[in-house]
Design a protein around this ligand. Structure first.
Ligand code: FAD
Length: 405
């Protein structure tokens, strides 16, 4: 397996710091040698993302990429983090827990108290402290405002009652950032409040006895499992509320662009994984005469087209991340971030599909890891946000078309 494609090292975007991070990550991945392949096999067999990689990402400064130095972060920025994550994904080693932890970290930076920042951010920066993110419920996925998990005011804090579903990495996380409803939908309607009002963010210990967990039978993220969560009047002290009560949505919106950009970096990296495997195989496999199948344009052109769209997606997420780091207006970053997420995830799924086609029957042999990773490539079109909502964003904000929902 070749790993990352070499076409773009787009110097126009890169500072010396970006290049240094890429070199450090490449050095680490090179040093792993054949162990990368063994880790992948383990991922596909045991569905457990290696602790060693999480720690290495911490040591490389990636978990602290968006954390200010005063809280122990490396503060190297989103583009640095995305470049690094793309490189890990090029070997199939995409890290969903890093994406979730980053979203939570951004919420704490935006809305957390000094105590929360001082307690949590330095630990996250080490790469040994992980956070899950719980917003989805059986009846509230794309439309989070439908959520019904309630947080009722109690002496010294809140009591949470209700459920969440599809929550990734609960068994590996030190904390969960839970979104719960502090004002009912009825009250919001009655008082004519904005529908984004009434949600609050809570830090919850995954081991709290009032939290019941049920592992789901899901595919899509090889290294981390999904869980249904049942909150049985779980008590959260006031000191674990992040940001203002009823204003959680406002804080979460700030984390959406980085989430899209990091998601795109994973998908672009995974494209390298699929395309390079297909290319290597098509150079070796001979079916008719003595020329390999890679010489057939029916095989090579689809791969060349995928490389072309992959490169476009890569440039989009580089640009979006660079603009984010420069503090560009969120709407401007958002358009590019959504475009990048869309193109990267569609191309990633097509690349997985095309790699399987190139491998013929061998594409279905589990040890070749293509059929194993197909679900993950497909997931990127649906979660954390489906591509219809991504196109809705572009239609509304770039084309100026009216909303349909
Ligand atoms: C493997 C996996 C891991 C996950 N991890 C997490 C996690 O860690 N934390 C968490 O909170 N959630 C997580 N999720 C949940 C995920 O974010 C949701 O599944 C996703 O947001 C879609 O919500 P839904 O399943 O309710 O689909 P629905 O909201 O029911 O939507 C179904 C479909 O309807 C279409 N649709 C909906 N609205 C529109 C619209 N306005 N315009 C056009 N089409 C539309 C889309 O095609 C969409 O796919 C995970 C899901 C999976 C599968």
């Amino acid at each position: 397996m070749k790993g990352r494609s070499s076409a773009t090292t787009s110097a126009t975007f890169f500072t010396e710091e970006h290049i240094a991070i890429c070199e450090a990550v490449d050095g680490y991945l090179d040093h792993l040698g054949d162990r990368k392949e063994k880790m992948l096999m383990e991922l596909a067999t045991n569905h457990y993302y290696p602790d060693e990689l999480l720690e290495a990402m911490g040591e490389l400064g990636l978990y602290g990429a968006l954390i200010p130095e005063e809280y122990g972060g490396s503060n190297v920025g989103l583009l640095s983090m995305a470049l690094a994550m793309e490189r890990f994904a090029a070997y199939g080693l995409e890290n969903t827990l890093a994406l979730l932890t980053t979203m939570d970290t951004l919420a704490i930076i935006a809305g957390g108290t000094q105590e929360q920042k001082r307690e949590i951010l330095p630990k996250v920066a080490t790469g040994n402290y992980h956070m899950a993110f719980a917003i989805t419920e059986p009846g509230a996925g794309t439309n989070s405002f439908n959520m019904s998990l309630r947080a009722h005011k109690a002496e010294g804090g809140f009591r949470l009652r209700g459920e969440k579903a599809w929550i990734t990495g609960i068994d590996r996380a030190n904390r969960i950032l839970v979104v719960a409803r502090t004002t009912s939908r009825e009250e919001i309607k009655e008082k004519n409040l904005p529908k984004s009002f009434g949600l609050t963010l809570f830090l919850v210990d995954p081991k709290d006895p009032a939290l019941n967990k049920n592992k789901m039978n899901t595919a899509g993220i090889e290294g981390f499992s999904q869980f249904q969560l049942y909150f049985d009047d779980l008590f959260v002290p006031e000191s674990d509320v992040v940001g203002e009560v009823d204003q959680g949505a406002r804080i979460l919106f700030m984390a959406l662009n980085p989430e899209r950009i990091l998601g795109a970096s994973f998908s672009v990296g995974m494209c390298d994984y699929f395309i390079s495997k297909a290319v290597d195989y098509s150079k070796e496999r001979v079916v008719f005469g003595d020329r390999p199948i890679g010489s057939y344009q029916g095989v090579s052109h689809p791969l060349a087209k995928l490389r072309t769209t992959q490169e476009a997606a890569r440039l989009l997420f580089y640009e979006a991340a660079a603009l984010y780091d420069k503090g560009a207006p969120p709407q401007r970053v958002g358009t590019l971030a959504n475009m990048a997420k869309y193109l990267a995830s569609e191309t990633c799924f097509d690349a997985a599909d095309r790699a399987i086609q190139t491998f013929g029957g061998s594409g279905f042999v589990e040890e070749n890891l293509l059929i194993q990773f197909l679900a993950g490539a497909r997931l990127s079109k649906t979660a954390p946000i489906n591509n219809e909502m991504v196109l809705n964003f572009v239609a509304e904000h770039d084309l100026g078309l009216p909303r349909s929902y």
